[in-house]
Design a protein around this ligand. Sequence first.
Ligand SMILES: NC(=O)c1ccc[n+]([C@@H]2O[C@H](COP(=O)([O-])OP(=O)(O)OC[C@H]3O[C@@H](n4cnc5c(N)ncnc54)[C@H](OP(=O)(O)O)[C@@H]3O)[C@@H](O)[C@H]2O)c1
Length: 210
Amino acid sequence: MPIVLIAGASRGIGLGLVDVHLEAGWHVHATTRDGLPPRVHPDVTPHRLDVRDRNHLETLLSDLDEPIDRIIHNAGIMRAPRADLMEVNAEAPVRVVDTLLESGRLKPDGTVAIMTSQMGARRGRSGGLGDYGDSKAALNDEFRRRSSKWRRLGAIAVVMHPGWVQTDMGGGGASLTVRESVEGIKKVLDDLRETDHGKFLTWDGRIHPW
Ligand SMILES: NC(=O)c1ccc[n+]([C@@H]2O[C@H](COP(=O)([O-])OP(=O)(O)OC[C@H]3O[C@@H](n4cnc5c(N)ncnc54)[C@H](OP(=O)(O)O)[C@@H]3O)[C@@H](O)[C@H]2O)c1
């Protein structure tokens, strides 16, 4: 049974990712801020992780007793002060993934996806990105800086734009349902090859410009 860790699994895209992996027969280590399981299911192991909290991360590491096939860092925020956006969207994902990889929790050639946003892409933008876009651009920059190291640690890692999705963050008028987005994301991750490592991909498998 393949094993996935989903960080930020309580609702929205993260919860949808829990569901599609369960339906495909995966075991899911699901992290939420309160430690409650996002789904009560024999193949869901809940963990408490506020992605900003280093103590939670240490506890998660010691509780993960089996090597995992996939890490998805989904947690993110949009309407918040700039410092919080930078901490949650840019610093935390890199620290969480880096810690998991350095501690050998991912199987060789396991897949890693960090949820970024098209709002963090600089190409084609004439004005500023806004604080949210800046935080995702900083995430993308740090991802590219770590990319060689993460490959050496055995990961096939990408950053992903999930589309504009009907969640609390995306709003009801967004163009994609959670289901459409997460089915696309899972298919992209299932099809990842070593040559895809280091890319910025969309939910439907296209390369996104930086
Ligand atoms: N929806 C879109 O259109 C869209 C577009 C581009 C990119 N994205 C990205 O996709 C990801 C998921 O977005 P979404 O639309 O599903 O957002 P959402 O509905 O607002 O859900 C955000 C998730 O992140 C978790 N989270 C926030 N801060 C956290 C923290 N400090 N520690 C742990 N978990 C935390 C939330 O947990 P709580 O329930 O505890 O708050 C929740 O599970 C985000 O990274 C977002 O930036 C979304």
